[in-house]
Design a protein around this ligand. Structure first.
Ligand code: KG4
Ligand code: ZN
Length: 342
């Protein structure tokens, strides 16, 4: 019998609901939150209020687009963490009440693991079905996390490297802020960088041991460069925006790929994936494709719609747990940090 999972995601500033029939995606609805734009970052209290307004219409739309009624659902999967507690609370409470009212199981999902499991979502439109084989390596690059993960199984993942300070997404966002560009900065920097010369400026790249990353030195070097040049010429940012964006993007991408390659060499694994918001970056995608080809990797780059936050990945992670009867209780509470709890 077909299994229908409703996924609910509310960990940051996007309210999203999605429906899967087994591993096939039927719908994936996302409501963004414009309210944060003028603050240059996500304001937690405003985010949770917006989730409250969005959650019912978003779930309603997801069910309608999937062409099913709520009574056909087999389970409700929700993001339990990590994320903003107030935002998570909206999704967690909604999922609990819906599952209770419908008398169906609840499945709790870890957001970071879900980014990785997005590679298993099946799309009707996909002409060929390619999924990573276990064990594989995944570079997860989101707004708050940068991790190298050894994925042995959907519920057996080990972090073998991670950032010791800022995440790659944060480095993009902070660089954009320094240039006076809107949040989220990643897509804006990516677009601007296309017309810039990455060699125009040299930014310092801190060397970290083993498979760990560090981006805070790079961010500081970017900040000091802009500050010093602005003293000489107040129009510096305006004149050199594209070159600055290109230099930053180049540095972040090269730092990420260096460690990913080291992880593959160390583990001997050539089945390699990327996940998370920064995996939408056009330079990261093209350089990774070149690297993967030269090292004979079996490479998995997610479709754009599954790079940034979405509930399809939550439903997918929920489906794997549903198959193992791994259900959550009505006492499940959100958690702000961490990888392993779910
Ligand atoms: O995974 P995600 O949607 O949310 C979290 O779980 O954090 O990632 C959001 C991050 C933001 O830092 C955003 O600037 C970055 O992904 N991002 C990008 C691009 N698109 C989104 N970074 C670089 N290039 C992009 N094209
Ligand atoms: Zn995310």
């Amino acid at each position: 019998m077909a299994i229908y999972i409703l996924g609910i995601e509310s960990s940051c500033d996007d309210t999203s609901a999605a429906v899967l029939c087994d591993d096939l995606l039927l719908s994936n609805t996302i409501a963004g939150q414009e309210v944060h734009r003028r603050f240059g970052g996500v304001v937690p209290e405003l985010a949770s209020r917006a989730h409250q307004q969005n959650i019912i219409p978003v779930v309603d739309t997801a069910l309608k687009e999937a062409n099913i009624t709520k009574n056909q659902l087999s389970a409700v999967a929700f993001t339990r963490g990590p994320g903003l507690l107030g935002s998570l609370l909206v999704g967690v409470s909604f999922a609990k009440s819906l599952a209770l009212a419908l008398g169906i199981p609840l499945v709790e999902v870890n957001h970071l693991k879900a980014h990785i499991l997005a590679h298993f979502i099946r799309l009707e439109t996909a002409d060929s079905r390619r999924v990573p084989r276990f064990p594989f390596l995944c570079l997860t690059v989101s707004g708050g996390h940068t991790q190298l993960v050894l994925v042995r199984d959907p519920d057996d993942m080990e972090i073998i490297g991670q950032t010791i300070d800022d995440a790659a997404g944060e480095a993009f966002d902070k660089a954009a802020k320094i240039l006076g560009l809107p949040y989220p900065g990643g897509p804006v920097i990516d677009r601007l960088a296309t017309n810039g010369n990455p060699k125009a400026f040299t930014l310092s790249r801190p060397v970290t041991s083993g498979l760990d990353f560090s981006f805070s030195g790079l961010k500081t070097s970017f900040l000091y460069l802009v500050r010093d040049e602005l003293r000489k010429d107040p129009d510096f940012i305006e004149k050199r925006k594209a070159d600055l964006a290109a230099a930053m993007r180049e540095s972040i991408v090269e730092m990420l790929l260096l460690k990913l390659q080291a992880a593959s060499e160390r583990t001997g694994i050539r089945e390699v994936a990327i996940a998370g918001g920064v995996s939408a970056n056009s330079l990261l995608r093209s350089r990774l494709t070149e690297l993967g080809r030269s090292l004979d990797w079996n490479l998995f780059i997610p479709p754009f719609e599954f790079t940034t936050d979405n509930a399809a990945m939550i439903a997918m992670a929920g489906y794997f747990k549903y198959l193992k009867n791994d259900f959550a209780g009505q006492d499940a509470v959100p958690y702000a940090r961490g990888f392993h709890p779910a």
